[in-house]
Design a protein. Structure first.
Length: 541
């Protein structure tokens, strides 16, 4: 049967697009007549899920569904539940899964996005799905591809984020819409989302599994009957990443890192084989580290995942809608890496340095090094998550747009930190030129560059410089993760490439910069030239 369907599906283009599905005036009754190819797909999809043919389900999910969406439902929704229920014999589990894809397609493809009723409908469908999974006394007989499970959790958090933003935009809403929203405050509430994600984590016992796995033991020994089931185990793991994202969106960076305390962040494991999950994890972990002023850990996190993306970027060309998200998060992480390198300079891999040069980040970094606060803010606003408020606007709130309040708050927190470090790159650039330097001379250098007219008092400037030098010492000393510890643990270390101390009115500087590893550089270049020679040889042949 599977081969028969594949033969039919390979020729799906022969059916051609439905003539009136891309017009505004299409007839509802005609739409109820689901195209024959879509009918066959739904029946086959349902059978594969019920029979647990996991590899075939993955192919249908990742390839067939997107192709049919593009062919028949490019700018409109798939048939709703009432139109397909009789086709799949009213299979309740399949219909819940189908509606998850149905609403996800509306969020991704329909111009103007979902209506309020569709947002509510998607929430109730998620409730049905998670109640089915979590309320069972024994593991449910359902297997889904890990890619689908990850995108299910990721979409669940994303739709909550969309609803929170929608609810905060009161400016153009009618009194009836606002009344409807206020009457349904429990729908898409942050407590519901947290409850679902924590319930999946607890049901799967994924934290205990990860703890045992990290120590080299057998995770199944502590998994219980649910945790041994692939569906629960992977939903539990992906829920941890969902919690990481959710806490980051709410601005609770400590809790965001804490939920991953048993996850080995810098080691590939059997739980982290979905590329989109790895990239999303690194993005939110790195951002949380940056906001906690742990720049060395943020740089290591961004560097590790960006190198991984450089090596495996050809894998993402065949992905579905998440390919755009991966590309956007990659660009955001380059912006965040540039910010961290300005605030906390250190050597990074030559491949990433070359990528920063090719993507023209050096101009942005140059502006930030010379105290351009507007450039800092622009890079931050592009690269940061779309922050949320955990509470909706009060019922009597004026009809205004409250979406940007959370983003403004987090941006101000970041810019306050940047303002404290505004002069540090300039101080660093002078200190790197000397081994000893009088305080008065350094103060003169700095004032002459900013106020060449001489309108400054040297004694006051020397006192101010002393504060900046103490700030330099303080800001360059961060908690740095050490191998074997959790993401929140680490040791205080100085990350500066130079060190200094002040003896009376004299600054004594010791350059502690680590020399470049020229061997690695030459090895990479040799390998690159060998690869070019092989290509040229093939062309000549």
């Amino acid at each position: 049967m599977y081969d028969d369907y594949n033969d039919q599906y390979d020729s799906y283009a022969d059916y051609g697009p439905v003539a009136d599905t891309h017009t505004d005036e299409y007839d509802r009754d005609a739409y109820r007549q689901v195209p024959e190819l879509v009918r066959k797909f739904l029946i086959y999809f349902r059978n594969c899920i019920n029979e647990g043919v996991i590899f075939e389900v993955q192919t249908l999910y990742e390839n067939s569904f997107p192709k049919l969406s593009e062919q028949f439902f490019d700018k409109q929704s798939w048939p709703d539940e009432t139109d397909v229920a009789h086709i799949v014999d009213n299979d309740p589990v399949f219909l819940v899964l189908y509606k998850e894809l149905y609403y996800r397609h509306i969020y991704a493809r329909i111009p103007g996005g979902p209506t309020l009723e569709q947002r509510f409908g998607s929430f109730f469908n998620y409730c049905d799905l998670f109640n089915y999974i979590l309320s069972a006394e024994t593991p449910v007989p359902l297997e889904l591809p890990d890619q689908w499970l990850w995108e299910l959790i990721d979409e669940f958090v994303y739709q909550f984020q969309c609803f929170a933003q929608y609810r905060a935009r009161l400016l153009k809403k009618t009194p009836e819409e606002i009344e409807n929203l206020n009457a349904h405050n429990n729908i898409w509430s942050v407590l519901c989302i947290l409850n679902v994600l924590h319930s999946l984590v607890d049901k799967s016992k994924i934290k205990s599994q990860l703890e045992v796995y990290a120590s080299g033991g057998d995770p199944d020994s502590v998994a219980g009957s649910f945790g041994r089931h692939s569906l629960y185990k992977m939903l539990g793991y992906f829920s941890l990443v969902g919690l990481l994202r959710l806490h980051s969106l709410l601005g609770d960076y400590y809790q965001a890192i804490k939920v991953l305390e048993n996850v080995e962040l810098y080691k590939k494991s059997a739980y982290s084989h979905v590329p989109a999950c790895q990239i999303s994890t690194a993005y939110y972990v790195g951002f949380a580290y940056m906001m906690m002023r742990r720049y060395a850990d943020a740089i290591r996190t961004f560097s590790s995942i960006l190198l991984y993306i450089q090596r495996t970027k050809q894998l993402f060309t065949s992905r579905s809608y998440q390919n755009d998200q991966i590309n956007k998060q990659t660009e955001q992480m380059y912006h965040l890496l540039a910010i961290c390198l300005v605030l906390h300079p250190q050597c990074i891999d030559e491949v990433l340095q070359q990528a920063l040069r090719e993507k023209n980040y050096h101009e942005k970094m140059y502006k930030m090094q010379y105290g351009d606060l507007a450039e800092f803010e622009a890079c931050f606003l592009y690269a940061c998550p779309k922050f949320l408020s955990p509470c909706p606007p009060p019922p009597d709130a004026p009809n205004e747009d409250y979406v940007k309040e959370a983003i403004k708050h987090q941006t101000q927190v970041f810019m306050d930190e940047v303002a404290q470090q505004k002069m540090l790159p300039t101080i660093r650039s002078y200190l790197k030129l000397y081994t000893t330097l009088p305080l008065s001379k350094l103060a003169t250098f700095m004032c002459s560059s900013t106020r060449p007219d001489g309108s400054w008092d040297l004694d006051k400037e020397v006192a101010t410089l002393g504060i900046y030098l103490l700030c330099f010492k303080h800001k360059m000393k961060n908690i740095v993760w050490t191998k074997g510890s959790s993401g929140l643990d680490g040791k205080f270390q100085s990350g500066s490439e130079l060190d200094f101390y002040i003896d009376h009115d004299m600054i004594h500087i010791a350059d502690t910069k680590v020399a470049h590893r020229y061997g690695d550089f030459f090895i990479r270049k040799i390998l690159k030239f060998e690869e070019l020679n092989r290509k040229l040889h093939k062309i000549k042949i």
